[in-house]
Design a protein around this ligand. Structure first.
Ligand SMILES: Nc1ncnc2c1ncn2[C@@H]1O[C@H](COP(=O)(O)OP(=O)(O)OP(=O)(O)O)[C@@H](O)[C@H]1O
Ligand SMILES: [Mg+2]
Length: 260
């Protein structure tokens, strides 16, 4: 069996007195799609940001493809290069065209020449279905198109794993589907992905594993059928019922039989 692509061991993160991650152990296998769900403030973004050391964990070990990122002697820039990240906000350069947004980091970070970078940009715009927008400026695109450009920009760096932090949360509902379709295609292509999302249909259909976090710990994890379909913990059930019916936000569950 090949070693995990991402291996988190005993991960802790505190901001001052606020202990945000309180001992996370998680492995993501090659080609696996792991969706991370949980209430606001549970530490989902912090967890993703610790995977590429945008946040320095207080304690614990992060290994990506056999390289320990928490090793103080690691070449962190080289290690980070292999990890693509997509945020809720697309962070495109407004004064550059779509193609220029894709070629700039390739040229700066990977030292690709202009032609090579443009070829890779073109290939990845085709992948996300936006080849006809190559010369457009971000402001002329819809939010969903801008997010697909941001995904193409990450892919153009040839990442080994991709991290997504609520990539569709800032989008109008009618634009969400196109972005999720691109992510689904990536999953089908075998990309290793960690996805923080509130899209339970996507998680149910695309994730190999769902991780429910609350209060800085993994409360439960398993297949989508287990965690979303038949959650074993009251906290998971409470979270899912609120997602499905926000009007019940203040209703405390739970009287029922724990399923597991
Ligand atoms: N840079 C920071 N400095 C101080 N506190 C932070 C920082 N980043 C996050 N926190 C705190 O860490 C906790 C967890 O935040 P985090 O953003 O990881 O949660 P989340 O699960 O992603 O929530 P959401 O669903 O709202 O995005 C919160 O209490 C937040 O205030
Ligand atoms: Mg977050």
């Amino acid at each position: 069996m090949s070693p995990p692509e991402i291996q988190l061991t005993g991960l802790h993160k505190a901001f001052g007195d606020n202990e945000v991650l309180r001992g996370i152990d998680l492995e993501v296998a090659r080609g696996e799609v792991v969706c991370v769900i949980g209430p606001s403030g549970s530490g989902k973004s912090t967890l993703l940001r610790c995977v590429n050391l945008l946040e320095q964990p207080t304690r614990g070990i992060v290994v990506v493809r056999g390289v320990e990122l928490t090793d103080p002697d690691v070449d962190i820039d080289a290690a980070r290069r292999r990890i693509g990240m997509v945020f809720q906000q697309f962070n495109l350069f407004p004064h550059l065209t779509v193609t220029e947004n894709l070629t700039l980091p390739q040229r700066r970070v990977l030292r690709r020449d202009k032609r090579a970078a443009e070829r890779v940009a073109h290939e990845n715009l085709i992948r996300v279905g936006l080849q006809d927008k190559a010369h457009a400026r971000p402001a002329s695109l819809s939010g969903g198109q801008q997010q697909r450009v941001a995904i193409a920009r990450a892919l153009a760096m040839d990442p080994e794993v991709m991290l997504f932090d609520e990539p569709t949360s800032a989008l109008d509902p009618e634009l969400v589907g196109d972005v999720l379709a691109v992510m689904r295609m990536l999953a089908d292509d075998g990309m290793t992905m960690m996805v923080v999302t509130h899209e339970m249909t996507f998680a149910s259909e695309v994730a190999d594993r769902v991780v429910f976090m609350d209060g800085g710990v993994v409360v439960e994890e398993g297949t989508p059928a287990q965690v979303i379909g038949a959650p074993g913990h009251a906290r998971t059930r409470h979270f899912l019922s609120r997602l499905l019916d926000p009007a019940r936000a203040d209703v405390e569950e739970d009287t029922g039989n724990p399923a597991g």
